[in-house]
Design a binder for this molecule. Structure first.
Ligand SMILES: C[S@@+](CC[C@H](N)C(=O)[O-])C[C@H]1O[C@@H](n2cnc3c(N)ncnc32)[C@H](O)[C@@H]1O
Length: 627
């Protein structure tokens, strides 16, 4: 009997109930007893069937993830790694995942990576030995703190493969039958143009259709794909004439050879088995492998664009996002061309362009933005050169450098405005006043934009900030007042001006003593509230003693930190430990940072970090500690 039962249970198939999302040994029984007890047998049967179909679908298709897909969804490496680990923990399969996740995440591996990184930085290329250790550059980049690759780095593969591709072009044009591998290499190169030059995601490249190609539109020096035709397009890009020629040669000479009569493939990129190219990412890896280069991924180049685009005004950033397919929107032909030009201008020295082009005639237009800014220096106050000035100085008449000049000035202005607000977030009105003082009327950041851009200074900067140092040493914090809230709270501190999240509000002023001395002080003042703040500075256990007020160093002052009351559930401040050099001496300081926006009149509170139970019985009456 027992054996039979065991067999039966082993045969049982666990299926998730789609209504309560719980696994069920016998779903039919569960439905009739729980989730569908008031339904008819027919309805339950239908539900059971649905659940089985869903279950099969999940097992067959949805249990398997592709790491490249995770990269697209979660560009932030840390979140992605966390997600990857979680998926693996939950029993999903993840193909193309980076190797040695655990090992590389472990700080201990940094020594190995340091060697690799040093080589990479010095040499700017990875030899095969290092390459075999690392799967992708983004992996190295993620696990280390080396600067992310720039656009040009990611485009190196185009330069490396160019001479072979030109040779293949020659062969094709002379109807010389080359080896199959040449044709595959040529296809890789065409895909790479879209991935690394036009920063399209691999999926969009895979989805490009023959119809989109034949409906491309020529406008001036550019050829635009994806704004004509019936179907919603996978990409909208503006190719140069030369790039179009590369792709057209592939389209008329290589693609037809790959197409199989029986298969109905309308994708632009077709592999040698007649099917649509399945993984452009894989093709890109192979292309890099062929040239013994560690593979940059499409995420690398897209991140590089994002980094380079930081200097651009938000409107231009938006145009780039459209171009990269990261945001939806209506696209006009000219928008696509403008975005393509902008993208090109982001690469400080578009080496790929210069090497692909036959080179301008001597004395022809100079294309280098560095030369442009040398001639027309970017300044906070100046105006960009007019078209006439640009042309007279030998630069192209188009607006690429002009736009880039304006973007640089805009970025300078942003930086300049933000430099006024190192410690505390400004209000939009305050920034507007500053802009008015500067007298800027065009190419000027919006006050709200500056407020949005404002970021709290990193701890290191706060520690070195002369304003904070002065406030700490002289206790000149503003925007605060001590108020009597009556029993049981007693005195507390309220805001008399708005504070924004991340603002430094004040410090916990007092004498730094050891934790043991602090504890002794608390015990000796049994009946009084404790004005002490315990903390750890590395291995040292310390305490700020502010029991005595006024303190010796500020005999005429009532300092704020010691009067701030406690809240466990709704604190609006967070203490942070810093080491500051005050009067040439290192001093341990506790600063309070706002954890949310604080309006005028709000009482400031932080979590003392002790609970009633911390007092082992003695503090049972201190209800407020747990509130
Ligand atoms: C560092 S002092 C804060 C300032 C104090 N309220 C005063 O009047 O000087 C800590 C003491 O304040 C009181 N306290 C702080 N937070 C409180 C709260 N949420 N409710 C009631 N009393 C509180 C307790 O008596 C505590 O021992």
């Amino acid at each position: 009997m027992a054996e039979q039962a065991q067999k039966r249970s082993a045969d049982r198939h666990v299926v998730y109930c789609l209504l309560c999302h719980k696994p069920q040994d016998t779903l039919s029984v569960h439905l009739s007893r729980v989730c569908m007890k008031n339904s008819t047998p027919k309805q339950r049967e239908a539900e059971l069937e649905k659940a089985k179909v869903s279950h099969r679908e999940w097992v067959r298709h949805n249990r398997c993830w592709d790491y490249n897909q995770l990269c697209e969804i979660l560009p932030d490496p840390r979140s992605r790694m966390a997600m990857l680990k979680e998926l693996l923990r939950r029993g999903f399969f993840v193909k193309n995942q980076p190797q040695d996740i655990e090992e590389a995440e472990d700080a201990g591996v940094s020594a190995v990576n340091c060697v690799l990184i040093t080589c990479l930085l010095h040499d700017n290329k990875i030899n095969t030995l290092y390459y075999s250790t690392l799967k992708t550059i983004s992996q190295l980049w993620f696990y280390s703190s080396i600067p992310a690759p720039g656009i040009e780095d990611c485009q190196r593969i185009l330069r490396a493969s160019k001479s072979d591709v030109l040779r293949i072009c020659g062969d094709l044009e002379m109807n010389k039958e080359g080896p199959r591998t040449d044709k595959t290499l040529y296809r890789y190169f065409c895909e790479a143009l879209l991935v690394f030059k036009h920063m399209q995601c691999p999926q969009a490249v895979e989805a490009l259709t023959d119809e989109e190609w034949v409906n491309r539109t020529e406008q001036g020096e550019r050829v635009v794909i994806g704004v004509q035709g019936e179907r919603a397009s996978s990409m909208r890009i503006a190719l140069t004439k030369e790039e179009e020629a590369f792709l057209e040669l592939y389209f008329v000479r290589i693609r037809p050879e790959n197409l199989q009569p029986q298969t109905d493939c309308n994708n632009f990129f077709v592999s040698s088995d007649g099917k649509a190219v399945q993984s452009v990412s894989r093709d890109m890896n192979r292309l890099h492998e062929l040239y013994k280069m560690a593979p940059y991924t499409s995420q690398c180049v897209r991140r590089a664009v994002e980094a380079a685009a930081k200097i651009l005004p938000s409107q231009q950033k938006g145009a780039l996002l459209h171009y990269l397919g990261l945001s939806a929107g209506v696209f006009q032909l000219q928008d696509v061309i403008d975005a393509a030009l902008l993208l090109e201008s982001l690469s400080s020295r578009s080496a790929y362009e210069t090497s692909l082009e036959t080179g301008g005639a001597a004395g022809g237009p100079r294309r280098d933005f560095m030369a442009f800014v040398n001639t027309f220096p970017v300044s906070l106050e100046g105006l960009p050169p007019s078209k006439k000035q640009r042309m007279e100085a030998g630069f192209p008449e188009n607006r690429v450098f002009y736009d880039k000049w304006r973007a640089s000035q805009y970025a300078q202005r942003e930086k300049h405005l933000l430099s006024y607000y190192k410690l505390r977030k400004p209000s939009a009105a305050k920034v507007a006043r500053l802009i008015a003082q500067e007298g800027w009327t065009v190419n000027c950041p919006r006050p709200e934009h500056i407020v949005q851009l404002w970021r709290p200074a990193p701890k290191k900067m706060v520690e070195a900030d002369s304003f904070v140092i002065r406030c700490v040493s002289e206790q000149t914090w503003t925007g605060l007042a001590i108020k009597d809230f009556g029993p049981p709270e007693g005195l507390g501190v309220v805001a008399t001006r708005p504070f924004f999240k991340e603002d430094i509000v004040c410090d916990y002023h007092g004498k730094v003593v050891t934790a043991a001395e602090g504890r002794a002080k608390v015990h000796s003042q049994f009946d009084e509230p404790g004005y002490v703040f315990f903390f750890k500075a590395g291995e040292r256990e310390l305490c700020i003693d502010s029991q005595t007020s006024p303190c010796e160093c500020h005999p005429n002052m009532n300092t704020f930190g010691r009067r701030i009351n406690h809240s466990r559930k709704m604190p609006n401040l967070k203490p942070i430990h810093c080491t500051m050099t005050i009067n040439d001496q290192d001093q341990e300081v506790i600063l309070f940072k706002a954890t949310r926006d604080i309006t005028v009149g709000t009482q400031l509170k932080y979590d003392y970090g002790v609970r009633r139970r911390s007092f082992q019985g003695e503090g049972l009456t201190l209800d407020w500690l747990d509130e």
